[in-house]
Design a protein around this ligand. Sequence first.
Ligand code: KIV
Length: 267
Amino acid sequence: MNVKKVTTHVLHEMKLHGEKIAMLTGYDYSFAKILDKAGVDIILVGDSASNVMAGFDSTLPITLDAMIYHASSVVRAVERALVVVDLPFGTYQGNSKEALNSAIRIMKETGAHAVKLEGGEEVVESIKRILSAGIPVMGHLGLTPQSIHKFGTYVVRARNKEEADRLKNDAKILQEAGVFSLVLEKIPAKLAGEVSKSLKIPVIGIGAGGDTDGQVLVLHDMLGITQEFSPRFLRRYANLNEDVTAAVEHYISDVKQQDFPNKKEQY
Ligand code: KIV
């Protein structure tokens, strides 16, 4: 959609008109500027920053302060995209007042436009309290990486009927609570398509097939910066790991051979 600024209203219009929503994660100023200028609709400051920026092996360790640092860097770069920030693990579950305080800190200290949190019925009280302060909330169902120690594995979720029915019910509960959009992660494409069709809000998929209203990928995965992560759903659009390695090796060689700097590159 040719708009100056993507809002939650614009995203609903996109769903109504059948225009797919393109979302990517972003964690810093320089990349966020590139993503925004390229025309991505939503930049998610994901808690995947815990993995790809900080090197932890799960999303659990990242703090609210760290998310605020990443989100404020992204917001400074963005003119058009909607910026959504993940509420990190431990800042919203089981205590709706703490959830509201965490969301308020994100909105006040970063200038972001919305927050995202993982879970269904069990977090609906937190969602309602955040919404009551006028903060838009995006939901996240299916594979929810903050619950990795409950599930024990990152395999496809909701393959059996019981889990699929629970997911459908959670999706309805979240829509009724007032979330403006929903992420579905790593679930069967047929189920994701059914949920997307049954909801009025836009559904964004990752590893959830082509029948959702939009797609999201982790930036470092789709650019080929990360190498070790290769799920079936990941399409790599570049191989920056190789490109950056080649550039750095070239630089090292130029320095060692006293080719850099040359006469024109000095004062
Ligand atoms: O943190 C993240 O990057 C996410 C996406 C995978 C949706 O939540």
